[in-house]
Design a protein around this ligand. Structure first.
Ligand SMILES: Cc1cc2nc3c(=O)[nH]c(=O)nc-3n(C[C@H](O)[C@H](O)[C@H](O)COP(=O)(O)O)c2cc1C
Length: 193
């Protein structure tokens, strides 16, 4: 079993990264292989709506000059996907949105390639809007026939400066429980369907 996680915060060592780390640690304790891919702060273009992915159906976005095609490959070969984003103006970062739009179109153009994988969304925020960010990511999972994983609270933390997440005890527990639940689900649904 493998889970790939995407950190869509430009702060590589920020709260989102540590939240994802909490989820992955719990998964690893159940012998799930994990990988973290840094997306935030990298050059990630938006979808151009050119339709080439539906014409070519080669599991690739025609924009080959950024990391999105690598992310598509990693998503398709994983059994579970974690997408983490800080909350920016009550929604995900522009990198997260570009990742969602382009990976979503490419995989839908290629036989719903994310079908029946497990998906977990996590979002950090100073104060408000993280539920909406989490929803934005969950919309990506659910339209792709994926199973959404929940926790003992919504998958968020209250955190502003780097390191704040560790002070949010409930957030830390929520991430651990999320990883436990994802491991449980993966053990039931088996490998990528
Ligand atoms: C451009 C921008 C917009 C933000 N918008 C919000 C917001 O709408 N609500 C909120 O609570 N925090 C907001 N924040 C704060 C971040 O969500 C918060 O600092 C978070 O912990 C950052 O996560 P990171 O360390 O993973 O980057 C914003 C920060 C930035 C830079």
């Amino acid at each position: 079993m493998k889970v790939v996680a995407f950190n869509c915060s430009p702060r590589e060592n920020g709260n989102t990264s540590h939240m994802i780390g909490g989820v992955l640690k719990a998964l690893e304790s159940h012998d799930v292989e994990t990988e973290l891919v840094q997306v935030g702060g990298r050059d990630v273009h938006g979808c151009r709506a050119c339709g080439a992915c539906f014409k070519n159906r080669n599991m690739k976005c025609i924009q080959g000059d950024d990391i999105v095609n690598l992310c598509v490959e990693k998503m398709v070969s994983a059994d579970g996907i974690v997408i983490g984003s800080p909350t920016y103006f009550s929604d995900v970062t522009s990198e997260a949105k570009a990742l969602i739009d382009r990976c979503g179109y490419v995989t839908r153009a290629n036989g719903m390639a994310l079908r029946r994988k497990a998906g977990a969304a996590v979002s950090a925020a100073r104060r408000a809007g993280s539920i909406h960010s989490m929803d934005s990511i969950n919309h990506f999972f659910t339209i792709n026939e994926m199973f959404v994983v929940g926790s003992t609270y919504w998958n968020i933390s209250l955190s502003r400066a780097e390191g704040d997440y560790e002070k949010d005890d409930e957030g830390v527990k929520t991430m651990k429980d999320l990883g436990e639940n994802m491991a449980w689900l993966l053990s039931r649904i088996g490998g990528a369907q």
